[in-house]
Design a binder for this molecule. Structure first.
Ligand SMILES: Cc1cc2nc3c(=O)[nH]c(=O)nc-3n(C[C@H](O)[C@H](O)[C@H](O)COP(=O)(O)O)c2cc1C
Length: 340
């Protein structure tokens, strides 16, 4: 990374020194994965979304919530993402969350999960631009930190009100808009409409992050050119592929370097969640790290069944040794060792 480089953009007064950013992803953008991707070049660190109804106002949070509020100072700028339908509660919780010193607070307006959206939270907010305007007027008046939003294009094909929503946000103090270029009704179907991101970028003066279907380094540049966005947010395309933040495609990473990074990610997970939970939560990442690697089908299968860290690491050792041999043979894990 360049030293003394100029910021690519500002979130109000918070400088951002890069233009690729890991998407907030429930179950994925936790402290270990954020740290790793931040190190590789993700320019901001969005937490997983947090429900304001389950965040306590008097600090009596459960262990799961505490973990979501934790971050490493090296991740800064850190963005706490929250969601909820109740304006009063959103403002109260956001105000209290400032005690944890995030750099930015983001309101999720994109979640399409039915029980969240139907209640008027997540993408459900897009149905009520007047409420968005009211909420942001209050949040930006009452909070010290900048407030941002992550939106979709609208509720469904007939109500693609993204320009109205983006203007309401910008006019009522939002400091950045991240746009997943699909409607709520689309879920993850179809293709993201990057032209809509370009329209939003033209319509507002605050920074815009483009999001949706970026999977390769070429996609990053293509989205930037097509939309003029200030930064590119990457979700699914970053799972098992954190090198994308260093603008390096997966296929260009040497297999042993991939394994080394995977081991580091595992170590971070074990450290953060403890051995048992850390391993269980790492499996879904492991699957994606080795997906598509030459001769790795048996490894993937064996990794998913591992109950012990030692067995997991032994498998990776065996796979590394297999990679070091000049052979085209499929990898075959050694039979489990006898106990005792
Ligand atoms: C497993 C998963 C969890 C997600 N959780 C969140 C979330 O907590 N907050 C949010 O704003 N978006 C969430 N998203 C949406 C992503 O941030 C992103 O907008 C979407 O995946 C489209 O980008 P992509 O094509 O790069 O994946 C989630 C997506 C996935 C796949």
């Amino acid at each position: 990374m360049e030293i003394n480089a100029a910021p690519k953009f500002y979130v109000r007064d918070v400088p951002v020194f890069g233009d690729v950013i890991l998407s907030p992803m429930d179950g994925y953008s936790d402290l270990p994965f954020r740290s790793l991707t931040r190190e590789l070049g993700s320019a901001m660190a969005y937490t997983e979304f947090m429900n304001v109804e389950s965040l306590s106002l008097n600090g009596e949070n459960d262990a799961v919530t505490w973990r979501k509020l934790k971050y490493d100072p090296r991740e800064r700028p850190v963005v706490f993402q929250i969601y909820g339908h109740n304006e009063e509660r959103l403002v109260q919780v956001a105000t209290r969350l400032q005690e944890f010193q995030p750099d930015v607070i983001d309101i999720n307006m994109g979640c399409y999960v039915r029980k969240i959206a139907e209640r008027g939270a997540g993408s459900g907010m897009l149905r009520d631009p007047a409420k968005i305007a009211r909420l942001f007027a209050r949040l930006t008046r009452e909070l010290r930190v900048p407030v941002t939003a992550k939106i979709r294009l609208g509720w469904d094909e007939r109500t693609r009100n993204y320009l109205e929503v983006a203007r309401a946000l910008a006019e009522h103090g939002a400091s950045l808009i991240a746009v997943h270029a699909r409607t709520k009704a689309q879920g993850y179907t179809g293709v993201a409409d990057w032209n809509a991101i370009a329209e939003i970028k033209q319509a507002v003066k605050i920074p815009v992050l483009g999001n949706g279907d970026v999977k390769t380094v070429a996609d990053i540049e293509r989205m930037k050119t097509q939309t003029g966005c200030d930064g590119v947010m990457i979700g699914r395309g970053a799972i098992g592929n954190p090198w994308i933040f260093a603008r390096q495609d997966r296929d260009a990473v040497a297999p042993l370097a991939k394994l080394a990074l995977m081991r580091r990610h595992l170590a971070l997970n074990l450290d953060f969640y403890g051995t048992r939970l850390g391993l269980v939560l790492f499996r879904k990442h492991a699957y994606r790290y080795v997906q598509g690697a030459y001769g790795s089908a048996a490894l993937r299968h064996a990794l998913m069944l591992c109950e012990e860290v030692s067995a997991f690491e032994r498998l990776l050792d065996e796979y590394a040794a297999h990679l070091a041999q000049p052979t085209d043979a499929e990898f075959q894990p050694a039979p489990p060792r006898a106990a005792g």
